[in-house]
Design a binder for this molecule. Structure first.
Ligand SMILES: Cc1cc2nc3c(=O)[nH]c(=O)nc-3n(C[C@H](O)[C@H](O)[C@H](O)COP(=O)(O)O)c2cc1C
Length: 160
């Protein structure tokens, strides 16, 4: 019998993560989703991976656009996280965005980004694993938005 998915969620929810908005643009148009199933995969070559639910609309956008940017959210960007975690069309018109190498939107105010071209798409159960080669990136000072045990969190401030 397969391991219970609710139990898996609860256990892995104890693995605290940052949160990113993964964006893309190209022939399919702009789109994005909130994601934390991502990891820095390789330094040489520079690779990053993100797991996308097969049911997410983003899957087709990423497949067709063959590029994505990982925008690492800052503490004050919880509204952005909620917005990109809501299924349906994603509006970028009111957002402060730039582009770098691939044309994927780079969101202002983030703690950092990497801009990637998709080099491989691997099966991963009910997800697909997108491996991106990092073409450009930058990091900025600030505090991260975190996710732990099903809720948004912040780093404990030693001065509080
Ligand atoms: C904190 C958090 C992390 C998430 N991580 C992922 C993820 O890594 N992969 C994924 O496919 N969905 C993830 N989701 C869910 C998607 O953001 C959500 O299903 C979104 O509506 C998908 O949008 P789309 O259908 O337009 O692609 C996450 C949601 C939250 C709130």
């Amino acid at each position: 019998m397969p391991f219970d998915s609710k139990t898996q969620r609860k256990i892995m929810g104890r693995f605290a993560t940052g949160i990113a908005v993964v964006t893309t643009d190209g022939p399919a148009g702009p789109h994005g989703l909130t994601a934390n199933a991502l990891a820095s995969l390789s330094l040489d070559p520079p690779l990053i991976m993100v797991a996308i639910d097969k049911k997410a609309a983003s899957l087709e956008y990423l497949r067709r656009n063959r590029c994505f940017a990982v925008n690492i959210l800052a503490l004050d960007q919880e509204p952005l996280s909620r917005r990109f975690a809501t299924p349906g069309p994603k509006e970028f018109g009111d957002l402060d965005c730039t582009t770098s190498q691939t044309g994927a939107p780079i969101l202002a105010g983030c703690l950092g980004f990497v801009d990637c071209r998709v080099v491989e798409i691997l099966p991963g159960g009910d997800h697909e694993i997108f491996i991106g080669e990092i073409l450009a990136g930058a990091e900025h000072d600030g505090f991260p938005l975190l996710y732990f045990a099903g809720g948004y969190r912040r780093l404990a401030d030693p001065h509080e």
